[in-house]
Design a protein. Sequence first.
Length: 391
Amino acid sequence: MTKNNVIVVGAGMVGAAMAIQLAKQGNAVRIIEKKLINPAHVLSDEQVDIRVSAINRFSEKLLDELGAMVLLKQTRLAPYQQLAAFERGGDNLLFDCADIHTSHLGHLIENNLIQASLWQQFAQHNIEVIEQAAPISAIEQNTDSITLVYGEQRYSADLVVAADGGQSQLRTKANIGVTGWQYQQHCMGVLIKLDAPQQVKTWQQFTPTGPLAFLPMSAPYANLIWYDDANTLQAFKGLSAAQLKVKIIDKFPQLPGDFSVQKHAVFPLTRQHANRYSQGRLVLVGDAAHTINPLAGQGVNLGFQDVVALAETLHNADDCGCPLKLMQYERARRKANLLMMTMMDACYFGFSNQVAPLQWARSQFLKLANNSGPLKNWVLKYAISGELNAK
């Protein structure tokens, strides 16, 4: 196999995983990142990050193969064994790892810890990290190479992977359009410190003003997710920890013990899907290709599925930037990503509607789903494995 030169732009969780996966295949990989981090410092830092991801078993397997899980197991790693969804006063849909004979459904991990654990692998794979804060000024392509231009700096490769997020500069510069919308609601994440032992159940409650969620991080911490009207949540940004605690007690179901608010942040919700995943020798992965309603925490899991699919498509390729190969990757991922986006929207809009017949239908759905036996277990296996043929 000919050794290919690859540039990955963006070294977040998905971009870092992509770089390692392609380097393991024998490619020479460089990463262009706006701001460098010290991974050893991040992994040893006692400051808890408010940004957290629900990593499913598929993503866990990938992180293990990339050498990251061994480091994450030495940090604030929180496996969860149960997942519940319910309406206030209504039926409860409960997924339990015992039903499918596994030890856990996934892990709740701080985003910066996942990123740092992947960065720690760069040296052993000879991945060069280039700090480049300037915006990209041009993308030049010919039949056998692609060049990124940042002012006076030029970087050429056989393939460029755009992993630079939902506001991807590379996607825009390549004239790849997107379809999607901004949701009317915003979302607030709240990091709390609980006076309670380690929790193993994560849950989502659907309310008329939007979903609420409890994500148990490594004790004594947890993350609360609060969907609501944008103006309502924006008004909370200036509240003190004590004032916000009063709002949480009034809004949330009873939490497992007393708690203190550590920090909180409000952000808009966007659904966005690139009209195509590649242009010439440029290919999109993760949020650069698709952003999803974070209702079930599937965003980064979809990104990691992109990583695996692209690596499988390019395995043993003489020319990893071949446009036909990149279109093959898109065919493998577009339908699956669109399916998950559609499912999340169905839940979001379906459970936000307070029309009486729909409320009754939701109640019946939760009741039937919770007692559906093999079907419920199939859905659970799909959710944690990312594979439609889960058995």
